[in-house]
Design a protein around this ligand. Structure first.
Ligand SMILES: C[S@@+](CC[C@H](N)C(=O)[O-])C[C@H]1O[C@@H](n2cnc3c(N)ncnc32)[C@H](O)[C@@H]1O
Length: 276
């Protein structure tokens, strides 16, 4: 894993507090993750494409009504509400951003599925739940913020029942970025408070270290690639309303997003694991 080293729950939380304040996920329907396009449907809007990614995660969770799920890194609650609504399950979301908890709770009040979700401030490295409290868990683009993923994967393993699933959707490096390309990657890590981006082999190894059995790991990088351009355009749009310093920062974030997203080594994995 290319390590940025010193992200903390607080430093990541600050970034997402600012992100929520800026309304940066509005164009993505409130999802803070990539969209998914099949080869024949590039015209699908980004908000719909991001919901599709959530649906791909839900499909892999083997859901039945009333199952209890943990959403590790829940953002502003949009994926949790979608899954709770579509599958009649209960979802507890955690995030390290108080702003996100507040916004997710407000969205729950407005949603038909609101009674089946709850959101709280908590760190994936130290989950405030009893052993075996959940039937399954999902983590959409959250593990990459953790300076050491294995303890968090062990924590999730502790709170999920035997036989329960963990579905991860996350960035990956198909091969390690090197040379000038590594500057793009390092810039991306710093800008977005990312601790590191695993290769597929590292994803597998960390899961195994934490006691998870890998059922599936698929690289859908080409189906999500358009997301980076959409996100960059949204950031540039937001920059117009900011003061000069903040606008420069937002435009730099957009440039990095595009450079990373256009790189052939930038992949994206969908992983299904099971607790034995
Ligand atoms: C890219 S956002 C994804 C949000 C959400 N999964 C989605 O798809 O809309 C990353 C999320 O991970 C959360 N996160 C990062 N580090 C965390 C940690 N140590 N414990 C819990 N959540 C964390 C952030 O607060 C944020 O909600």
């Amino acid at each position: 894993m290319t390590q940025q080293s010193d992200t903390t729950a607080d430093s990541v939380g600050e970034v997402y507090d600012q992100f929520a304040d800026a309304g940066a996920s509005t164009a993505m329907g409130g999802n803070i993750h990539v969209g998914y396009w099949d080869d024949d449907d590039p015209e699908v809007p980004i908000a719909e494409a991001t919901d599709r990614l959530t649906d791909l995660v839900a499909e892999r969770l083997a859901l039945r009504p009333d199952r209890q799920l943990l959403d590790v890194g829940c953002g502003i609650g949009v994926p949790a509400l979608r899954i709770a609504g579509a599958h009649d399950v209960r979802v507890t979301g955690i995030t390290v951003s108080q702003q996100q908890v507040t916004e997710a709770a407000a969205r729950a009040v407005e949603s038909d599925a609101g009674g089946r979700v709850s959101f709280r401030l908590a760190d994936a490295m130290d989950l405030p739940f009893e052993d075996v409290s959940f039937d399954g868990a999902f983590a959409i683009e959250s593990l990459l913020h953790l300076p050491d993923q294995t303890p968090a994967l062990k924590e999730i393993h502790r709170v999920v029942r035997p036989g329960g699933r963990l579905v991860i959707a996350d960035l990956c490096q198909r091969q390690p970025f090197t040379g000038a390309d590594k500057e793009v990657l390092d810039g991306m890590l710093l800008m977005y408070e990312i601790a590191g981006i695993n290769t597929p082999e590292e994803h597998h190894a960390r899961l195994a270290e934490a006691g998870w059995e890998l059922l599936e790991l698929t690289d859908i990088g080409e189906q999500v690639r358009a997301s980076y351009g959409h996100a960059a355009a949204a950031f540039r749009g937001l920059a117009g309303a900011l003061d000069a310093g903040a606008a420069q920062q937002m435009n730099a974030a957009a440039d990095l997003m595009e450079a990373f997203g256009g790189h052939p080594y930038a992949g994206y994995v969908l992983i299904t694991a099971q607790r034995s």
